[in-house]
Design a protein around this ligand. Structure first.
Ligand SMILES: [Zn+2]
Length: 211
């Protein structure tokens, strides 16, 4: 039975590394698949991981129709045994529905990889639809760590090192402004808006009663 599986986690949890590993493992078994990504840090048509692995990928756009992508490959005489879909949080809900239909009607495995929640701790629409439809949701166990050493469960957006809680749901770092970044934090430091930069500044500032 083919499956729709969602591998989820925070940023820095190793999901792109696992996506590449999953593709590799299948290829080693003689299977052939398609790799998709959207807005990867390495640029259009790439799937890259923070630890340096990289592969070619099909860039997903608003108009991408996964059903058509698979049909096109097959019409060209290529096998499609599985799909690797990275950055699923950026896919539209109806595109996730196409993935479910591919599993059910064509019978190939689809592995989705994505961040569950945005910088305001809300589910991304693509991830929400994935959670609703997936046969299995696997929470990645490579633990991302907050600067304090606790398990990081939240994705904070930063501007010049300070956490922000307003703005568009999707702002890719380095694209719009070099100032925008992301940092994973534990829930405590997320709710106290204490990023590593803020904590560092606080610690290095001598307190008044010490003077
Ligand atoms: Zn913390």
């Amino acid at each position: 039975m083919a499956e729709l599986v969602f591998f989820s986690g925070t940023m820095n949890c190793g999901k792109s590394t696992l996506a590449l590993q999953t593709a590799y493992n299948h290829e080693q078994r003689g299977l052939r698949g398609l790799i998709f990504s959207r807005s990867d840090r390495a640029g259009q048509g790439r799937l890259s991981s923070r630890i340096g692995l990289e592969a070619e990928a099909i860039e997903v756009h608003e108009e991408t129709d996964f059903w058509r992508e698979v049909a096109k490959e097959r019409m060209a005489g290529h096998r499609v045994d599985f799909l690797i879909c990275d950055e699923v949080q950026f896919y539209a809900p109806h595109q996730v529905e196409q993935l479910a239909r591919i599993v059910d009607d064509i019978g190939i495995d689809v592995y989705g990889f994505g961040i569950t929640t945005d910088f305001l701790t809300r589910l991304f629409p693509g991830s929400a639809r994935m959670i609703e439809l997936a046969d299995r949701v696997e929470v990645l166990q490579v633990t991302a760590l907050c600067w304090c050493g606790r398990r990081a469960t939240h994705n904070a957006r930063t501007v010049a090192g300070a956490m922000v809680t307003e703005g568009e749901q999707v702002v890719i770092g380095d694209v719009d402004s070099a100032e925008v970044g992301y940092e994973v934090l534990c829930r405590y430091h997320y709710s106290h808006k204490m990023t590593a930069a803020v904590a560092h500044a606080t610690i290095s500032q001598p307190s008044l009663n010490e003077q």
